[in-house]
Design a protein around this ligand. Structure first.
Ligand SMILES: Cc1ncc(COP(=O)(O)O)c(C=O)c1O
Length: 388
């Protein structure tokens, strides 16, 4: 339904985000038809509707009400086994699994368990929704800039040398959100060396590995004793199932996380069985190549459209969903003008925890959700709006 004010070219904007800037951007749409470059959801056109529906019927036929009871703490055993298989397929090596309601819930549990009253460092900009529970638990945060090679570990080292002592470093080293950048191997190794020298743990948030053609070797694979890995089935199956996991060498951590997860039962029992079967049957592994080329193609279509329309990218990601774009005026102005022409994206300021003046001219565009053929016209609208 069209919002009554939309046809006059005016929309009632909500206040700038006290909460997720992504949810804020999407809330401004007021149900109008738009091209959506704001959502971090995967492409709905590759959602495996048939397989989920068939698998769900099979499970209910075979397991009957068992699949509809409360889940066991930390996840049902068949899914824990399947996730170990999945992680070996992703070449992460061995680990112990705690099932969570998506990666976001995993970050929340880890924050509550480990970070209360302690400090953490993180990429700047970073995934703002992951930051909420971390900031909620920690006593302080230490933002470390990201450049075209990922987290600037030399800047992290200077912070550590001058006395900062984080317990945890939160990193999205592969297809960082919102920059799209994948951390180089050299930086990954440097980060791990720093973890040894200054004795901190790395929280590796890695939801894009299975949809990236060049994800880089996982930090967990390099040093399982220094890294708590957070994985997600959201981008490779679908986010609505809410299945993520913590993968770690540490048996004690697994026990504590499972006990903490009892306070909210984590996630749906039925969905856990569904994901378990989709992994065990090889269905998920079978779609990885298709997804990797699908998202690479869409991201490159976005790159070409941005270049063709004279818009500047902050970095040149080749994988994942996101590209960060800079304008010569505040991105909120470009946002409003684009929305009037039917295109929504996310002003990127709220992904930053320092340097916010420059950040007010940046925007996160996602190539993940829109139709491929809509990307070029949407970018043109944004470019025209940026020139107004
Ligand atoms: C870096 C990052 N971590 C975590 C998530 C959320 O994953 P999940 O759906 O598993 O909670 C996202 C989603 O966009 C993300 O970009």
């Amino acid at each position: 339904m069209t919002h009554p004010e939309a046809k006059h070219g005016r929309l009632p904007y909500l206040e700038p985000p006290p909460y997720s800037p992504i949810e804020w951007a999407l809330a401004q749409v007021h149900g109008n038809a738009v091209i959506n470059l704001a959502s971090g959801s995967p492409d709905p056109r590759v959602a495996p509707i048939e397989e989920i529906s068939r698998t769900s019927r099979e499970i209910l036929r075979e397991l009957e009400a068992t699949a509809l009871m409360y889940p066991s703490p930390g996840g049902v055993e068949p899914l824990k086994r399947s996730i170990r298989r999945w992680c070996e397929y992703l070449q992460l090596g061995r680990g112990r699994v705690t099932v969570t309601s998506g990666a976001q819930h995993a970050i929340k549990l880890i924050s509550e368990l480990l970070l209360r009253g302690r400090k953490f460092a993180h990429e700047d900009p970073t995934f703002v929704e992951g930051m909420f529970p971390l900031l909620g638990a920690a006593s302080a945060n230490i933002p470390i800039p990201v450049d075209s090679m990922g987290m600037d570990t030399v800047r992290l080292e200077s912070a550590l040398r001058s006395g900062s002592r984080p317990l945890l470093v939160y990193s999205v080293p592969t297809c960082n959100n919102p920059t799209g950048v994948t951390m180089t191997l050299e930086r990954r190794k440097h980060l791990l060396e720093l973890a040894d020298t200054y004795d901190f743990t790395i929280l590796e948030d890695d939801p894009y590995r299975a949809v990236a053609l060049s994800p880089g070797i996982s930090l967990y694979k390099l040093r399982p004793d220094r890294v708590i890995y957070v994985g997600s089935m959201s981008k490779v199956i679908s986010p609505g199932l809410r299945i993520g996991f913590v993968y770690s060498k540490d048996e004690e951590l697994e026990g504590k996380l499972s006990r903490l997860a009892q306070t909210d039962f984590s996630t749906s029992t039925l969905n856990q069985y569904i994901v378990s079967r989709l992994i065990d049957s090889g269905f998920v592994q079978g779609r990885v190549n298709m997804l990797r080329t699908h998202y690479r193609r869409k991201l490159l279509a976005m790159r070409d459209s941005l270049e063709g329309n004279g818009l500047t990218r902050e970095a040149s990601p080749e994988d994942g969903f996101f590209t960060l774009v800079s304008f010569s005026k505040p991105s909120l102005e470009v946002f409003k003008a684009s929305l009037r022409r039917g295109v929504v994206f996310v002003p990127a300021e709220k992904f930053y925890y320092s340097n916010t003046k420059r950040a007010s001219r940046l925007a996160r565009l996602s190539a993940g959700y829109p139709k491929e053929e809509d990307i070029e016209p949407a970018v043109k609208v944004i470019a025209d709006s940026a020139r107004l």
